[in-house]
Structures are given as C-alpha cells and as structure tokens.
Design a protein around this ligand. Structure first.
Ligand code: ARG
Length: 564
C-alpha cells in the first residue's frame, strides 16, 4: 500500500483546488525522526493562499481531515504530521507478503514488452577484468528488476570478438607465439602477445600496418586468419564461462560482434541511399556536427568496418527481432560518446526507435589510482577476486560453523554475494579504487550481512516449528519496535519501481541494508519466540522479512543460503 497516496487524497479533500493531489503528493516527506509521524506535509506553500501563519493553517486543516485512517494527526512547526494506524498497516502488509510471497512487489509496467539488455560483453583473447564485472552484475540485476516490473528482457552478451585487435593478435602470434604455450595457458599467453605487440609497435610502425592487413583478411574470410581467430575465441569463451558459472549468470544470446560481419551491408547501403555517408580521405563517415559530436567513422579507407558499424547492424537486428520497448546497453561511462553517436546516426536515418536506445553507464574502477589497461598489463582478474572471496568465506565457515552442510556451495554463494553486493551498493556512476580487502568483507553494509540476517530468520522459524498459517488476514502488531520493520516491508514495491525508473540496483541494495538493520534492532529488543498472544504475528513478520530479503537479493543477482 502506498500510504502517501492516501494522505495526498485526504489532504486534497481539505485543501481544495489550491493544490492538485499530485502536487500535494510531491510535498509529502518522511520525517527523519519518527516522533514527527510516519509522514509529514509542510504547509508553507499555502501561506500565501490562506494568508495565515503556517501553524495556524496546519491547525485549521487537521480539524477537518478524516481521522479514520490515522492513529493521530498533529500540527507542529508548520508541518502536519500523520501517524498511521499500526494495526491496520501491519495487518495489510503481513497479509500481502504472506499471500504473494516472492511475487510481492511484482508490477505490470512492462506489459510484457521486450527489452534487450546488452551486458557483460568482454573481449576475447583478453582476461575478463573487474571492469566487465560491473557490466555483468549491473546488467544481470537490471534484467531481474525489469522482469519483475513486467518486461520481457533478453540478456545479450555482445562479445568483443571482431576488430583490428584480432589482426594484431594474429600478427603477434605468428611472429612470437607458440601453439603449445597458448594451449597450456590460453588467455595469459594471448594477453602477453597482445602487450608485446603494442610495445614493439612503438618502435616498428610497420607492425600496425600488418595488423590491419590481417584483420582485413579475417573480414574477407581468409582460412588461416579464420582458423586462428576461431581457436582464440573458443579458448576465451571457455574461460569466460568459468566466471559466469561462479556468478551463476546465464545469457539468452551470445551473438558477439562477429555475428554482424555479414549483416552490415544493408545498413551501409541505406546510409548511402540517404546520402548520409560522406567520403573523407578515402574513409566513409557520417557527419554529426549538428549533434555536437565527432563524425562517426563507418568504414576505413581499406574497407574495414568498425565497432560502431557493428553496433549499427546490431541495433537494427534487435529492433527487427525483438521489436523492443527499449534497448539497454550496460557499458562503462567512458563509452558514452560512442552511444551518443550510435543514437545520432540512427536518428539521422529517420528511425524513431533510436529514442528507445539507452546507454546505462557506470563509473570506472581504478587500481592504485590508475586506469586499468589490458594493453599495459594493469589488470585485476575477476576470476581471482571471486576465488579469493570464496576461499576466505570457506575459511570463516570452517572456523565458526564447521558442521554446516554444503560448505562449498554456501562459500560460493556468500563469497560471490560479497563481491556483487560491494559493486551494487553504490550508485552505479560512482567510481572507486579497487581494494580487495574492502570488496571481500562480511560485516557492516555487506551482502553477507544481509544473507546472514535472513538465515537468522530461517533458523528462528525452524526453532518455532513455523508453517504458513491457514488464515493470514488477522495478524497484526501495534508495538513501536515492529513498526519500523513493518514500514520497511511496506516500502519494498515502491523501491522496486524506483530501481527500475532510475535503472539503479543500488536503490534495492540500500533498501536491503536498511531493512536488515531495522530487523536486527527489532530482534535484539523483542523476544520473538515468547509464548504470548502476538507470537504468531511476530513470526509472520520474521517470515515476511525472510521473503523480502530473498527476493531483494535475487533482484541483485545474489543467492540466499538458508544456513550459513
Ligand atoms: N566489448 C566492449 C568492451 O569491452 C563492450 C561492448 C558493449 N556493447 C556494445 N554493443 N557496444 O569495451
């Protein structure tokens, strides 16, 4: 229930046409201190209309507001404070969560329309770094959130498996590589070759020329180039898959850049037909000065295509195949110009669906204050971070709870939970310097803390022998200690919608910290298992918290072990 709506309605009935219900809604606040009510409405904006002192206005208004919905309404310091009826609210919340369980908070905003989400999208022949973790976990969470509000998401891993860099890699491999070394340690060896290429190319520019030549050969399906490329790709995908397995993340499509190699001609032709393609020193470009953007380079002078050429073909493929309501790209903020160009070119072509293309950027992770760079070998290996988190979790379990069943699986769920939550708890545009000790933490505002709060609920319910009551509509609580928890539970559906509107998983991450802290406070003050008339309602509250935490964590892509 959105009680703000009810308050806005009740206020509107006494304020009249001076303010619309929606305007009133915007003014309603949640007071920092609950002594000032659950919601408050500042009357200052009415002073001009009623020509009275604010508190007089507040006093006058509260005499006329219908009281049925509230325990108390007070006028203090120019605010009208509303105290909801705890019994009524708790009864509604508990009944709703108990009947809807994991569907609590579902919405129908999406009306089943399609939303492709471009996420993860690492580059082959390179290790998947912490940078790609962000795209993977933010994209994964957004797809859960959008599905929850009624969209049908399509998770696309747009693998970077095409482009000049593969020409360079082929040159490096042919010059300095060995089949055995690559077979033994594919990504490490390929990365070495790639780094070496760039070092040597600084001295010997001829290498760059050869690199471009070999990429051209690849685009023209030269058998030697294709065979090497396929081999590099296969080895890379195997390693990526290990990371996805640890994270427990799947995709609906892994059509990468190479998939569009034979699909770029139509869009290039269309650009030509519309006279949008301009020749510039032998290369083909689209002028975007009207958008205050650099020209989009569509084809190099040797005929080779570019990253944006493939993205144009991919965008067209997605509208044709998915008829999307919106099309999301979860990609680092440093690519924002690229996506502006992509949208601008499509707009120039007259496609109104270009408006529905949305770049969802996120902030950069640095290491030791420096930008991560595969080329310079400054990388953080995602798989190593995850493995270390899992190892430390396992150590904790051995120490504190050696009898636990499924130790390895729980260690994975909790270790991954720590890494993923650390990434999602801040606004996605936040930048941060990578610090492994900060990432792998179990106490404070962390994923494991939330998982632990839920496992505490589960063990309490077990101890009480709790099972779903047949009649769930007469469970109510009216004490102040449970009240904060009840209100937090009531907020969950609103938070889901807010996370969708802002494309911001951190809204839910912060919500879960808040809910867990409030519940733990409740737990430390109230004897939940005491045999008295409210026990059943208290246990229903505990169960509701466990349901909402599990569902909230699921929306972040984090699992919830029952015991840990
Ligand atoms: N492979 C690219 C990179 O690692 C990201 C691709 C993002 N998706 C896209 N459709 N451009 O930088």
């Amino acid at each position: 229930m959105n009680y703000k709506n009810q308050i806005a309605q009740d206020l509107h009935s006494v304020i009249g046409e001076h303010l619309s219900e929606q305007e009133i809604y915007q003014f309603i606040e949640v007071p920092k201190d609950s002594k000032h009510g659950d919601y408050a409405f500042p009357v200052f904006s009415l002073a001009k209309i009623f020509r009275k002192a604010p508190n007089q206005i507040a006093e006058d208004l509260i005499n006329n507001i219908p009281t049925t919905n509230y325990e108390e309404i007070t006028a203090v310091g120019g605010y009208i404070n509303f105290f909801l009826r705890k019994e009524l609210v708790s009864e509604t919340v508990l009944e709703t969560v108990l009947t809807q369980e994991e569907h609590y908070g579902d919405a129908e905003i999406g009306e089943n329309r399609n939303v492709p989400i471009d996420m993860s999208s690492p580059n082959i022949a390179k290790p998947m770094s912490m940078g790609h973790l962000r795209s993977t976990v933010i994209g994964n969470s957004l797809s859960m959130i959008l599905d929850k509000v009624g969209f049908n998401t399509i998770r696309i891993n747009h693998i970077g498996d095409w482009g000049t860099q593969f020409g360079k890699l082929i040159v490096a491999y042919k010059k300095w590589g060995s089949e055995e070394a690559v077979k033994d340690n594919p990504i490490e060896e390929l990365l070495k070759l790639y780094v070496q290429f760039h070092e040597e190319a600084e001295e010997d520019p001829e290498l760059e020329v050869q690199g471009r030549l070999w990429f051209k050969k690849l685009e023209d399906a030269d058998p030697e180039a294709v065979a090497l490329w396929e081999w590099f790709k296969e080895e890379s995908l195997k390693e990526f898959q290990q990371v996805y397995d640890i994270l427990n993340i799947t995709f609906d499509s892994t059509n990468g850049e190479s998939f569009y190699n034979d699909k770029m001609d139509p869009i290039i032709e269309e650009l030509e037909n519309q006279s949008l393609l301009i020749s510039d020193k032998g290369a083909d470009i689209v002028d975007l000065s009207a958008y205050d953007l650099n020209p989009a380079l569509i084809k190099k002078s040797d005929g080779a295509t570019l990253y944006i050429t493939r993205d144009l073909a991919a965008a067209e493929y997605r509208i044709n195949n998915y008829d999307f309501a919106e099309s999301l790209y979860v990609v680092g903020n440093e690519q924002s110009d690229h996506f502006k160009q992509l949208k601008a070119v499509l707009k120039e072509m007259g496609y109104d669906w270009s408006e529905d293309i949305k770049h969802i950027p996120f902030g950069l992770i640095t290491s030791g204050g420096k930008k991560l760079s595969t080329r310079k070998g400054n990388v953080i290996l995602l798989e190593e971070v995850l493995q270390q988190a899992i190892k430390e979790t396992k150590g904790n379990i051995e120490e504190k709870n050696p009898e636990l069943e499924n130790k390895d699986e729980v260690a994975r769920q909790v270790g991954v939970g720590a890494v993923v939550f650390h990434d999602l708890k801040n606004d996605r545009m936040n930048t941060f310097d990578f610090n492994i000790d900060e990432v792998i933490q179990f106490e404070g505002e962390t994923g494991p803390y939330i998982q632990y709060t839920r496992s505490r609920c589960i063990s309490m319910l077990k101890k009480a022998g709790w099972s779903m009551p047949e009649d769930v509509n007469h469970l109510s609580l009216n004490d102040v200690d449970s009240w904060e928890v009840i209100k937090a539970l009531n907020n969950f559906p609103e938070k889901v919608v807010e996370a969708y509107n802002k494309y911001e998983p951190s809204v839910l991450a912060k919500y879960l910290i808040d809910l867990s802290q409030k519940f733990n406070k409740y737990y430390s003050k109230v004897k939940i298992l005491d045999d008295d008339s409210q026990k059943e309602a208290r246990l229903a509250l505990v169960y509701s918290v466990s349901v909402v935490i599990k569902e909230g964590l699921r929306l972040l892509g984090i699992e919830s072990p029952d015991m840990m």
